[in-house]
Design a protein around this ligand. Sequence first.
Ligand code: URA
Length: 200
Amino acid sequence: MTESRIQELGKIAAELRDFKESPLYEYRIENDYLPVIGSGDPNAAIMFIGEAPGENEAESGQPFVGAAGRVLDELLASIGLKRENVYITNIVKDRPPKNRDPRPVEVELYAPFLERQIAIIQPEVIATLGRFSMEFVLDLLKMPQLGQKIGDLHGQQLEGAAGYGKVTVVPLYHPASGFYNRSLRAAMEEDVLALKPFVK
Ligand code: URA
């Protein structure tokens, strides 16, 4: 089981490394960046989904390794987790120039890779990081909460259905939002507790 998951994820990685169809491919090569495929345990019960890699991520090939990543690590630690215990990825796997929002055509191109990652890992819970990722996942799973604001949905356990079975969606604020806004940071610390029932 684990072996085939690793192999399947490896295939995705190989396809993404050679993903010349992406408008972000050239920018990656010009800057000597790496695609950021995902990291962590292929058998994880908890999957985190962010938006797109930033500079630190594109330089290292790892998701959430910059300042936002440190916030994520602290949130994980607060419920007794390390990043090796979960799976972390993004919707878009290459860095958009100057960290601009990914364009709809880019999201469309990269979405099938994320859908395959979800189908391989079969998480019990998907924690979305930020509004963008929340909307993507609510749309993907055709959930009735699509269209509601993150300010209303953050920290809730929303019951959804994926191809492989039941999945809970927990919308979280993006870890970068916690830098300057102390009340958001407090909300994030409380919201992450919604993941505790899934900690084995
Ligand atoms: N922000 C994201 O959404 N993803 C990362 O990997 C890093 C920062």
